[in-house]
Design a protein around this ligand. Structure first.
Ligand code: SAH
Ligand code: SF4
Ligand code: F3S
Length: 459
């Protein structure tokens, strides 16, 4: 069988795609890159906003044609699959296999079945399942917990992914050993709320360390760089900042979603912290990590958000001076409390506020990135950039970085890079040699010559 998995959504979904792909390989499937080559197409779906759901609808529409024409088998996994909304879509588009985020290990059973297979349970066996390490990659994700015990009123994730279950440190460390042995040098620990690691259903699970303790443990494993996402301000504690500062492998990067700068909105979102408390966390993080790079998530146009509320979000943005932000227009999701209880704001109001927020974010990203010009950053270069002759990667602070290929730095690796230029979204630099001087750049092909030579390079 030739199979391909298409991934939408967050890093959790990317991790789950890797997990399912490795199951498919162990079942004897060949993984292929395109739908045209595949006999089985599996879509890993996201349901957090309306847009990714619309995307799945349009992809399934195309796939249904191919089902009719050439007997393609179509599967849907991930968050949308868990929802009634997703199951209706699956029926409409004649999906053969449906796997919710808790049933991924049923993929074998699903493919053996001669009829439509729907797996929607949250199965315990998944939590300590260790997928084989990805091959030939310098960075990897590692899910340390699944699900979410919060009930932010706008959010569908607790419904799609179920209650929080933390993995044992033992299985996390075993997975990490495998990653290390496969040559991985940077690991991102994943969870909807990593700061609540070990506190499932509101109570500490016996024998499981706190997140700060886990960071220290993972920091001793020999892995060079550790990142984590996402942090929730409600469960953020100062000992996490301290553990970060005292564990050299943990990168100085914190993604702490604020969602809104207005206490009235935060209350209606049920975020369980105030603007003041949030700013105390930022102060504590900066106290322990003066060079920290800060990112956030913001929702604009939550029901009832007034212009004054929105101004408070802009003010908070200035007060923190974030390096980057994911900014979203509120999307009313069926099944969430805010969908049931609050009226949506007009679309124009939401879009206009988003544009103002994006403008503010750009100013700050430009300012923060410009401050990196002249510094040396340790950059994990993943591989070829979009432009021929360049490599791309990211710093410990998660800035995207582009460098020209140089003698001794023409492939993936971690290199010291002198930053020469910054835009709001990118740092540009040159790889330094052992003498602290930039390595000589390799001759660069013009884009036209590179396009011509590409087919030759593939032979
Ligand atoms: N567990 C993570 C978030 C996961 S969802 C956390 O709490 O930080 C990622 C982001 O999507 C959220 O931080 C939020 O900003 C955004 N989001 C979630 N539901 C949304 C909705 N209904 N409309 C718009 N954005 C939403
Ligand atoms: Fe959603 Fe809130 Fe849980 Fe994050 S913490 S996944 S926003 S319910
Ligand atoms: Fe989307 Fe599920 Fe992630 S809803 S954002 S794929 S947790």
């Amino acid at each position: 069988m030739k199979a391909t998995v298409m991934t939408y959504g967050c890093q959790m979904n990317e991790y789950d795609t890797h997990l399912v792909e490795s199951q498919l390989v162990s079942l004897g499937a060949d993984l292929v890159d395109s739908i045209e080559e595949a006999d089985f197409v599996l879509i890993n779906t996201c349901a957090v906003r309306g847009k990714p759901v619309d995307k799945v609808r349009s992809v399934l529409g195309d796939l249904r044609k191919q089902k009719a024409q050439r007997g393609l088998v179509v599967g849907m996994m991930g968050c949308l699959a868990q929802l009634e909304e997703g199951q209706q879509i699956a029926r409409k588009f004649e999906v053969d296999v449906l796997l919710g985020p808790g049933s991924l290990l049923d993929i074998g059973k699903a493919l053996e079945s001669n009829e439509r297979f729907w797996g929607l349970q949250f199965k315990d066996e998944l939590h300590d399942h260790i997928p084989p390490a990805p091959q030939g990659k310098l960075q990897a994700h590692l899910t340390i917990m699944r699900g979410c015990d919060h009930h932010c009123t706008y959010c569908i994730v607790p419904t799609t992914r179920g209650p929080q279950v933390s993995r044992t440190p033992d299985s996390i460390l075993r997975e990490l050993d495998g990653l290390l042995a496969a040559g991985v040098r940077e690991v991102t620990l994943l969870g909807q709320n990593v700061n609540a690691y070990g506190i499932d259903q509101g109570a500490r699970v016996a024998g499981i360390p706190s997140f700060a303790e886990l960071l220290r443990l993972v920091g001793q494993s020999g892995i060079e760089r550790i990142k984590f996402t996402t942090s929730h301000p409600m469960n953020f504690t100062e000992d996490v900042a301290l553990a970060m500062a005292e564990t050299p492998a943990v990168c100085e990067f914190v993604h702490l979603p604020v969602q809104s700068g207005s206490n009235a909105v935060l209350r209606r979102m049920a975020r369980e912290y105030t603007r003041e408390r949030y700013l105390e966390h930022i102060a504590a993080i900066r106290r322990h990590l003066p060079d920290v790079v800060l990112a956030t998530d913001i929702i604009v146009g939550f029901p009832g958000e007034t212009e004054a509320d929105f101004q408070q979000t802009l003010d908070l943005y200035d007060e923190v001076g974030y390096d980057s932000a994911y900014m979203f227009i509120y999307s009313a999701r069926p099944g969430t409390p805010s969908y049931r209880h609050f009226a949506d704001l007009p679309r124009e109001v939401k879009t206009e506020r988003l544009q103002r927020l994006i403008a503010r974010q750009k100013e700050w990203s430009q300012r923060r990135n410009a401050a990196k010009v002249g510094t040396v950053q340790q950059v994990l270069l993943r591989g070829d950039a979009f432009e021929p002759g360049f490599l791309e990667g990211h710093s410990r602070g998660n800035h995207p970085v582009v460098v020209p290929k140089a003698l001794g730095a023409d492939r993936a690796g971690i290199y010291p890079v002198h930053i020469g230029h910054a835009t709001p979204h990118m740092l540009y630099g040159a790889v330094l040699g052992a003498d602290g001087q930039p390595l000589p750049e390799l001759p660069r092909l013009t884009p036209e010559a590179a396009a011509l030579s590409a087919p030759l390079a593939m032979l």
